[in-house]
Design a protein around this ligand. Structure first.
Ligand code: SF4
Length: 447
């Protein structure tokens, strides 16, 4: 846990010599606590103090990188239990498990690599393949690993109970820095040696309790592997939730860095619906990697959406550029609608306008990325803002009419808008975006 300014001050020489550029040691300490300066600016800090401050500055949950190249993903480095306390920084990797004896292994791996979906202007994708060793010798497993690696550049995980098979497969795809595992008490020494040799992260699996997990962590670290991913080995979804919460609390609230590593969770279930429930729990609390047994879009798309929502910084909503958008071949007679620049709002409204087949001008006001109702309640989407947005856009010169459609949720602003925009007719559109096509096709032509 980060030290406060006063805690840092107690570790400084307290001579106020000013050589750091600050008038007092306290001022320097306060700035350091805010990460606004470097400890190295004080030449009188002892090695002991430096070690204490470095340890305090380390994240409570270690940052671990899975994979290499452009699609590598980072997990860990979280600092809060609940998203609203600050934000969650590193979204869990969603990896799909394939068996090494699958006759369609390469094709399925390719599908995982290439799965993408667009949502609110962003491209969402799966994060890689977990290659489960389904028996066979080490050479066969290594060949399967090479086949999966050749299918695309998404990260890989190699999971086997056989250290010899792990060594062969890891050597075959070492440049991809795969996530290795799964180490148990019986295999941790041999698997840690493989992870150390190739500089790969290692999954260690406990027996469903913190003690066994702690022993494995110690063994892996003792063998020189620092980048660990923890599988608590829970026996049920309830136990998985309890252990994940305990580990997160220990790392963040109790400063127990000994267990401060990202977690892995498995959506092991017979049906797609049950897999979705388990994966949802894991995304929310607190997995760094979630292993799926299916790449079915019916499972993957909701999870990608959930993950995007949970891991969006609540202080920084996803937004689009506030400006005038033309949808279709909008001309002087086309309707003019206005909305806010919350990304989901924009894409929902523009999608419905596009779907209506009626070309239109869509004016997007800068509402700090908030939705219509939220920004209205916060005073960021009022009649004055609407009028200024219309005037700044220059749209009046391009229209043969002066009609503006405002969202139905802010119908109460219509009178004020007409005062702010003399000569304009303010029309109240639908409350819900889904009703926009009907409005544009049936209502607008008669206005
Ligand atoms: S250089 Fe070090 S001792 Fe001098 S004022 Fe700054 S923090 Fe204090």
């Amino acid at each position: 846990m980060a030290l406060s300014g006063l805690e840092i001050y107690k570790l400084l020489p307290q001579t106020n010599c000013k050589e750091c550029g600050f008038p007092t040691c306290l001022a320097f300490a306060m700035k350091l606590a805010q990460k606004g300066t470097e400890l190295s600016r004080c030449p009188y800090v002892t090695d002991e103090t430096r070690a204490s401050l470095d340890a305090a500055a380390a994240p409570p949950i270690r940052l671990v990188t899975v994979g290499s190249g452009g699609r590598a993903f980072e997990i860990g480095n979280e600092v809060v239990l609940f998203r609203h306390e600050k934000t969650f920084y590193h979204q869990p990797g969603l990896m799909v498990r394939l068996r090494s004896d699958d006759p369609d292994l390469a094709a399925k791996a390719k599908d995982v690599n290439e799965f993408t979906v667009e949502r609110v202007g962003l491209t969402l994708q799966l994060d890689g393949v977990v290659l489960e060793h389904a028996g066979g010798d080490a050479a066969a497993y290594a060949a399967a690993a090479a086949a999966v690696a050749a299918a695309g550049d998404a990260p890989l995980a190699l999971f086997t109970a056989d250290p010899a098979a792990l060594a062969a497969a890891a050597a075959a795809v070492a440049a991809r820095k795969p996530l290795l595992g799964v180490a148990t008490a019986a295999s941790v020494a041999a698997m840690a040696a493989v992870a150390k040799e190739h500089g790969c992260p290692l999954v260690v699996r406990g027996d469903g309790d913190l003690e066994s997990l702690a022993a494995l962590i110690e063994a892996a670290k003792g063998a020189g592997v620092e980048d660990l991913v923890l599988d608590p080995g829970a026996s049920s979804p309830a136990a998985a939730l309890a252990l994940a919460t305990q580990l997160r609390r220990l790392a963040i609230k109790k400063n127990q860095r000994a267990v401060g590593f990202p977690l892995i969770a498995y959506a092991d279930a017979a049906t797609l619906e049950e897999q979705a429930v388990l994966a949802t729990q894991a995304v929310a609390k607190y997995a760094g990697v979630v292993v799926l047994d299916s790449a079915d879009p019916a499972l993957v798309y909701p999870l990608l959406t959930l993950r995007q929502n949970v891991y969006t910084d609540p202080q920084k909503p996803i937004q689009v550029e506030p400006k005038l958008y033309e949808i279709g071949a909008a001309g002087p007679d086309s309707p003019l609608l206005i909305t806010t620049n919350f990304s989901l709002t924009y894409f929902t409204v523009s999608g419905e306008v596009e779907g209506s087949g009626v070309p239109a001008h869509l004016l997007v006001a800068d509402a700090d990325g908030q939705s219509v109702l939220t920004s209205w309640a916060a005073g960021k989407f009022d009649a004055e803002k609407i009028a200024k947005t219309v005037q700044a856009s220059g749209i009046a010169e391009r229209l043969s009419h002066k009609k503006l459609v405002i969202p139905g949720h802010v119908a109460g602003l219509s009178g004020e808008c007409e005062e702010e925009l003399p000569g304009w007719q303010i029309l109240v559109g639908p409350r819900e975006a889904v009703d926009i096509p009907t409005y544009l096709k049936n209502v607008w032509p008669g206005l």
